[in-house]
Design a protein around this ligand. Structure first.
Ligand SMILES: [Zn+2]
Length: 425
C-alpha cells in the first residue's frame, strides 16, 4: 500500500487548510508537504506533516512530524513539482547510503545530503508507508533523502521557480559584485555583497516572490536598532527596521556584508502594523524592477553630498501573499503585486519615518529632506518604469507632473513599477 507524498493546496487565496490533530486543531499553510497514511479519518485522510511552508504566517501552525486528519481536497499531487532545500539537511538525519553530489559551496558533512538552496529535483518514487528516505532526480542530490530531512525542503511548480530564479539572478547581478562609491567617515565606502541562494528568495504558491532580505534582525539586533533610533514606545517600535537587504560596508565594519557602525543598508524593510512576513510580496518582475531601482538609486545617491546612510531606500509594504481583494494590508492597489511604499528621505542617517508636513515625533524637529526625496522621485521617473506615484509634498507635485496627491501619502511615497517595452512580465 503506497503512502504518497502530497502538497497541501487550498481554495483560491486561502492561506491554509485545517489539520485535526490529537493535540488540537492546527493549520497547514498551503505549499506544506505531507505523506498520506492508509485508510480514512473523520472528514478526510490521515497524514503525516513532512514540511511546513513557513513563509506564510498562519495561526496555530502545524509542525513537521505532526499527524492528523486533513480533508482530501487539500491534497494535491507533487509529480510536476521541483523540490528545493531551504536549509541544510538536519545534522541529526541518518547518514545517506551514498555521498551527495551537491555543488553548493556550503560545507557538507557525511550526514548532510543537501545544503540550503540546492535543487533536489523531482520526486522519483511515490513512497511506501515504511519508506525512511526518498530519492529525487534532475537536481543536485542523487542520494536518498531521509524523511526527517524533508522538513528543510519545499516543493515548487516550475513556473513559480522560474520567477524565483529570475529574482535570485537579478540580485546576484546587482549586488553580487563589488560595490564602490561615496565617502563615509573619511574612508571609502565599499562592499562585496555576494550572491544569494534560492532559499533566500521566498515565494508563495500563488507565484509572488518576496523581496530578498538577507539580513533579518534577530531579537538582539532589533533591540540594538530600537536603541539606535530611540524607539521607546510600542507605537514607535512598530516603525522600526526589521530586516536589511544588501549592506554596504565602510571603515567601521569587519567585512563584506557585515553590519558595522558605518554599514548602511542599500535597502531595508520596516514592518509597521502588518504581520511579520506578510507584506514583502510582489510579482517577480516587480521585485526585479525594485532591486534595479534600489541599486541604481544607491549608485546615484552616494555621489551626492552627505552621509551615504541617508541614501538607504526604506521599503515598507509591497503586496500580501497573493492577489486577494480586499488586500489584508489595507491598500486599494497593492494586490496586483506591482506597487511599493517607500519612506521619505531624511536630513539625518536615522532609519525612521519622516513626514513632509510635520516634525519627527521623537525630537519635534524637522527631519524631512525635501530636496533628497525629490531627487529620488526624479531619478525613479527617469530610470525606472514608474507607472503611478502618489505623494503630497506640493514642491514635489509642482516639479513632477506625473506625480499625484492622495490622502494618506504624507509620510511615504507610493510607487508602482509597471511594464515598458522590453520588460519581462
Ligand atoms: Zn502604497
Amino acid at each position: 500500500m503506497p503512502c504518497p507524498v502530497h502538497v497541501v493546496t487550498t481554495e483560491e487565496f486561502t492561506l491554509s487548510a485545517p489539520l485535526a490533530t490529537q493535540a488540537g486543531a492546527r493549520e497547514l499553510a498551503r505549499g506544506s508537504l505531507v505523506r498520506r497514511g492508509e485508510g480514512t479519518c473523520e472528514g478526510g485522510v490521515p497524514v503525516e506533516v513532512l514540511s511546513v511552508a513557513g513563509w506564510v504566517a498562519v495561526p496555530t501552525p502545524a509542525a513537521p512530524g505532526a499527524r492528523g486528519c486533513l480533508a482530501t481536497e487539500a491534497l494535491a499531487p507533487v509529480d510536476t513539482l521541483v523540490f528545493v532545500a531551504l536549509a541544510n539537511a538536519p545534522a541529526t538525519a541518518p547518514a545517506s547510503t551514498s555521498t551527495s553530489t551537491s555543488t553548493s559551496t556550503s560545507t557538507s558533512t557525511s550526514t548532510a545530503t543537501f545544503t540550503a538552496g540546492d535543487i533536489l529535483g523531482v520526486l522519483r518514487d511515490e513512497g511506501r508507508c515504511d519508506a525512511d528516505r526518498y530519492t529525487f532526480s534532475g537536481g543536485s542530490v542523487s542520494a536518498g533523502v531521509p524523511v526527517a530531512a524533508l522538513s528543510a525542503v519545499r516543493a515548487v511548480s516550475p513556473d513559480v521557480l522560474a520567477g524565483v530564479e529570475r529574482v535570485r539572478a537579478a540580485y546576484g547581478d546587482l549586488f553580487g559584485g563589488d560595490l564602490f562609491g561615496g565617502d563615509l567617515s573619511g574612508g571609502e565606502l565599499f562592499g562585496n555583497l555576494g550572491p544569494i541562494g534560492l532559499h533566500e528568495v521566498p515565494w508563495t504558491d500563488w507565484g509572488y516572490v518576496g523581496l530578498p532580505l538577507p539580513h533579518p534582525l534577530d531579537a538582539a539586533a532589533l533591540a540594538a536598532e530600537w536603541a539606535r533610533e530611540g524607539l521607546d514606545t510600542p507605537a514607535r517600535r512598530e516603525k522600526a527596521t526589521v530586516a536589511f537587504g544588501p549592506v554596504a560596508f565602510g571603515p567601521g565594519a569587519s567585512g563584506p556584508g557585515t553590519l558595522g557602525p558605518a554599514s548602511p543598508p542599500i535597502y531595508q524593510h520596516f514592518l509597521g502594523a502588518d504581520a511579520p512576513g506578510s507584506d514583502t510580496w510582489g510579482r517577480p518582475a516587480t521585485i526585479v524592477r525594485l532591486l534595479k531601482l534600489a541599486r541604481g538609486w544607491w549608485d546615484h545617491c552616494v555621489t551626492l553630498p552627505g552621509d551615504p546612510a541617508r541614501c538607504t531606500l526604506q521599503i515598507g509594504d509591497l503586496a500580501w501573499y497573493n492577489a486577494v481583494r480586499p488586500d489584508p494590508l489595507g491598500h486599494k492597489d497593492h494586490a496586483d503585486g506591482a506597487c511599493v511604499d517607500v519612506r521619505l528621505f531624511r536630513t539625518d542617517p536615522s532609519r525612521y519615518e519622516a513626514w513632509w508636513n510635520r516634525p519627527d515625533d521623537r525630537t519635534g524637529a524637522i527631519a524631512y529632506d525635501g530636496a533628497r526625496t525629490l531627487a529620488f522621485l526624479a531619478w525613479a521617473y527617469a530610470n525606472a518604469p514608474v507607472t503611478e506615484a502618489f505623494f503630497n509634498d506640493p514642491d514635489a507635485l509642482a516639479a513632477l507632473p506625473n506625480l499625484r496627491p492622495l490622502r494618506g501619502h504624507d509620510d511615504h511615497v507610493h510607487l508602482c513599477l509597471g511594464d515598458r517595452p522590453g520588460d519581462q512580465p
